[in-house]
Design a protein around this ligand. Structure first.
Ligand code: 5AD
Ligand code: FES
Length: 355
């Protein structure tokens, strides 16, 4: 598929779009099967050293009450995941790289592995770190890492981030390479429907994923947040429903481009459509991340407006998800890590090349 073809598919409407979504669903079922895998999401701290212009918990947003969940709270959420047969967790936080934070995550990883007889798989989503930190966390038990590139176009990247050393596009790319070299299954992604973003940007994002050969992807619609600088440009946005539809088109095209990767049904989809994540699963996605963040902290982790699951407890969330996933014609891969098939093929071919 060349760029023009991708752009044409991203713009697809009506019957063309129905065909695209159907093709993607077929490819997904053939390549990764009908199973949906759960990753219990624990947003363990909203303290962040960055000032991303779109993000509700950016450092300069003084309205946010900052928290750090205790080890006990985090481990309880992990136990819940394990007892409910979720095979994997995602530990997510704002971006901090102090030695204390690095050590804390390291300790948590070891404790989670211990409490679950090494059964829980752990994905980290804790931003840009040094090569040494990535290695240390890998050795302590994390085996997947999510770091969205947000936009693969440096010009657009600097329209949505401050242009300074702490928000360097090059460093972000470098971090993705470090992660891969360390041996992680690497996930990245972008927001869809950002101000100033073009169809060509989105097509280039998909080609970027292919070029750097990612194992996992998460893409959600951009949703404006009142207390962020990017809110000023909300008049440039396409209507939310269009951002939603375009996100599904992005997922579908990515599934055609990279048939065997894991694709998450991003939570932000559900901020627009109450069954948004399920719609993504019915198209090309195969991963869902039920929120297991301790309930008292959830309202302080609002990256965007209308974030769902703010006052549900974890149990409720799981039950409603289960019913809905069944509705979407899938089954749940309980007690299975559901690792990226692409990763194993990639590693095998890298080994062959070295011989
Ligand atoms: N709208 C949608 N997604 C957002 N994220 C952060 N802020 C927003 C927003 N306003 C996404 C980013 C980040 C992920 C954790 O959440 O892509 O990588
Ligand atoms: Fe740090 Fe959003 S700016 S998590």
């Amino acid at each position: 598929m060349d760029k023009q073809e991708i752009i044409r598919l991203l713009k697809a409407k009506g019957e063309d779009r129905t065909q695209l979504l159907k093709r993607s669903r077929d490819v997904k079922e053939k390549e990764v099967g009908r199973k949906v895998y759960f990753r219990g999401l624990i947003e363990f701290s909203n303290i962040c050293s960055k000032d991303c212009l779109y993000c509700g918990i950016r450092k300069s947003n003084e309205k946010v009450v900052r928290y750090n969940a205790t080890d006990k709270e985090i481990l309880e959420a992990c136990r819940f995941a394990w007892e409910n047969r979720f095979a994997s967790l995602v530990l997510q936080s704002g971006e901090i790289s102090s030695p204390m934070f690095v050590k804390r995550v390291d300790n948590l990883l070891k404790k989670i592995k211990q409490l679950s007889n090494n059964e829980l798989g752990i994905t980290l989503s804790c931003g840009e770190q040094t090569r040494e930190t990535y290695l240390r966390w890998f050795e302590s038990g994390a085996h997947r890492f999510l770091l969205r590139i947000e936009s693969s176009n440096p010009e657009l990247y600097y329209k949505i981030h401050p242009n300074n050393k702490t928000h360097s596009f090059e460093k972000r790319i470098e971090a993705l390479h470090f992660l891969k070299e360390t041996g992680y299954q690497v996930g990245t992604g972008v927001m869809v429907g950002l101000p100033f973003q073009t169809y060509e940007d989105l097509a280039n994002d998909l080609l970027f994923f292919k070029k750097i050969d990612i194992d996992m992807c998460g893409m959600g619609p951009y949703i404006e947040h009142e207390d962020t600088p990017l809110y000023e440009y909300r008049n440039l946005l396409m209507p939310k429903q269009e951002r939603f539809n375009l996100t599904l088109n992005m997922i579908a095209v990515l599934r055609l481009l990279m048939p065997d990767i894991n694709i998450a049904a991003a939570t932000a989809l559900q901020a627009i459509d109450p069954v948004g994540r399920e719609k993504a699963l019915a198209v090309g996605a195969n991963i869902i991340m039920p929120n297991l963040t301790p309930c008292n902290y959830r309202k302080e982790y609002q990256l965007y407006e209308d974030k769902p699951c703010l006052d549900e407890d974890a149990e409720l969330c799981r039950n409603c998800l289960e019913a809905r996933i069944e509705l979407a014609g899938s089954e749940i891969g309980y007690e299975e890590w559901g690792d990226s098939k692409h990763f194993f093929k990639r590693v095998a071919s890298e080994k062959l090349l070295k011989l």
